[in-house]
Design a binder for this molecule. Structure first.
Ligand SMILES: NC(=O)c1ccc[n+]([C@@H]2O[C@H](COP(=O)([O-])OP(=O)(O)OC[C@H]3O[C@@H](n4cnc5c(N)ncnc54)[C@H](O)[C@@H]3O)[C@@H](O)[C@H]2O)c1
Length: 466
């Protein structure tokens, strides 16, 4: 793995709100820390690929300062913001030339928002605005160079596979799938992208922030010895609900209120907590071999709350025995915290605050880097467009797919109450929806409400992992 250096990055403040006090534990040495990584067999190529700086493949075409045409699939909050950030980049002309959304009203709102920010860089005529469930194909058939995939994640494997087949560079939001068959499909498409020299970047934006990069480089250099324990949190009050509207089909309702349906979001452990799990995997240079945990619905109820839990707590085990305590909660009025911490044999680290402590809890290093305005969300677009302009093809598929599977494995553990191994999770054939079969909003929804209008929720001890 190439070492990331601060000098190669812009800077800013960390995104996480975590102010937790770091604790020092154990004893050890930098050398043993380095050996841990060397000997663990966890050095995955994908975990080492971060943005354009570490790109190895060559795309067929270097754009230089020429025009790069981008298309957007999924014109909601994130898709709109990501396109604005792409159009903010300064290495040459970037133009939005095609858009698709299942709902025309969302597409029109995004069009107005993007045009309002970058009037001269939006060349989307009514003829290149496509609405409907199959609209994504029309964007891929157009002459765009890069596609942005920002629908609910349940559609990601299908859209990513088709984008790569169409020969497009891809920016796709996290998570990259909601079930194991989707993860495998994404991994396979990522390999095709490599063969074709296509850039693939994933919206795990912390990987592009200088403070994370500086901090994790020091952990990889052994500053706190061997990692033996980690903590990762996404505890907050939850997100929006979009209640059922008159005349909506069941499928339309679920796609609009997507957060609460597993076939669309993967549950909040997959949709949100993947960010924190990805940071721990980055530090550990691998993924957990096992997970067990518990979770449920303490406050979430009613039809608009769909199928997902409101809390999960998982104990993950990495190769070599290091443990990760992971919590994610959507309950108002509780301890709110988003962040990641590592405890090593020779110190500890609040990764989200970019602060490192010795075994007595004394601060021994702290990042003073300043990120660009827009932080990792802006930096990842700067990195992507710099790479494409240079004819490089960074490929972040593998670590993103593995971190997505880490979250799915956690969900399998909390839903079943059983110990789930990595191999069991990766080989699972539990497909949450036949996405390829959904072509119109009148198609049957992949899950149906029961007689009282509620949806089935997993019951640990009864729900089985398949
Ligand atoms: N990296 C981050 O910090 C971050 C932040 C927010 C969201 N996200 C991710 O971005 C994605 C989108 O989230 P959002 O907050 O923008 O949601 P959103 O609901 O605001 O937008 C999703 C859009 O996708 C459209 N859509 C749904 N299914 C579609 C389909 N099959 N084809 C075309 N369009 C479809 C919806 O109509 C909607 O306009 C999610 O994967 C989410 O996890 C990432």
């Amino acid at each position: 793995m190439k070492k990331q250096t601060a000098s190669s990055r812009h800077s800013e403040t960390v995104t996480a709100e975590n102010k937790s006090r770091a604790v020092s534990v154990g004893s050890g040495s930098a050398a043993s820390r380095r050996n841990f990584f060397k000997d663990s067999g966890l050095l995955l190529a994908g975990g080492a690929l971060v943005g354009g700086q570490l790109s190895i493949a060559r795309a067929a075409h270097a754009y230089g300062t020429g025009t790069i045409r981008v298309g957007l699939v999924g014109c909601g909050g994130r898709g709109t913001a990501a396109i604005i950030q792409a159009l903010n980049t300064t290495g040459g002309d970037v133009r939005l030339t095609a858009m698709a959304d299942v709902f025309d009203s969302n597409l029109q709102s995004a069009f107005r928002a993007i045009k309002g920010k970058h009037p001269s860089q939006v060349d989307v005529s009514p003829a290149t605005r496509f609405a409907g469930l199959d609209a994504y194909q029309r964007v891929f058939e157009s002459d765009v160079d890069v596609v942005f995939l920002a629908t609910p994640p349940g559609f990601r494997p299908l859209h990513f596979e088709r984008a790569v087949a169409a020969g497009k560079h891809v920016f796709m939001e996290k998570p990259v799938a909601v079930d194991a068959p989707g993860v495998r499909r994404v991994l396979a498409a990522g390999e095709v992208a490599k063969e074709k020299g296509l850039a693939v970047q994933v919206g795990l934006q912390r990987r592009h922030e200088t403070r994370y990069r500086q901090c994790i480089a020091r952990l990889h250099d052994g500053l706190i010895g061997d990692p033996i324990f980690a903590r990762a949190y996404w505890n907050g009050s939850g997100v929006w609900t979009r209640p059922r509207r008159p005349a909506q089909s069941e499928l339309e309702y679920q796609i609009n209120n997507w957060y609460y349906f597993n076939w669309l979001s993967g549950d909040h452990i997959t949709e949100q907590h993947v960010h924190n799990l990805d940071i721990i995997n980055w530090v550990m240079k691998g993924f957990p071999v096992e997970a067990q945990g518990q979770g449920g619905r303490q406050v979430r109820s009613g039809s608009s709350a769909g199928e997902i839990f409101d809390h999960h707590m998982i104990e993950y085990t990495y190769e070599g025995g290091a443990k990760l305590l992971s919590q994610c909660r959507h309950i108002a009025g509780c301890w709110s915290n988003v962040g990641e911490h590592i405890h090593g044999t020779n110190g500890s680290c609040d990764v989200s605050a970019a602060r490192i402590f010795d075994r007595r809890g004394h601060l021994i290093w702290e990042s003073d880097a300043q990120e660009v305005a827009g932080k990792g969300w802006q930096q990842e677009q700067i990195d992507l467009f710099e790479s494409i302009r240079a004819g490089q093809s960074p490929n972040e598929t593998e670590y993103a797919a593995h971190s997505t599977l880490t979250a799915i494995m956690g969900r399998m553990a909390t839903y079943t109450g059983k110990v789930i191994s990595w191999n069991q999770a990766l080989s699972s054939n539990l497909s949450l929806a036949d996405i390829d079969a959904l072509h119109t909003l009148d198609s049957p929804a992949p899950v149906q409400p029961t007689v009282n209008g509620l949806y089935e929720v997993a019951v640990p001890g009864k729900t089985v992992a398949t």
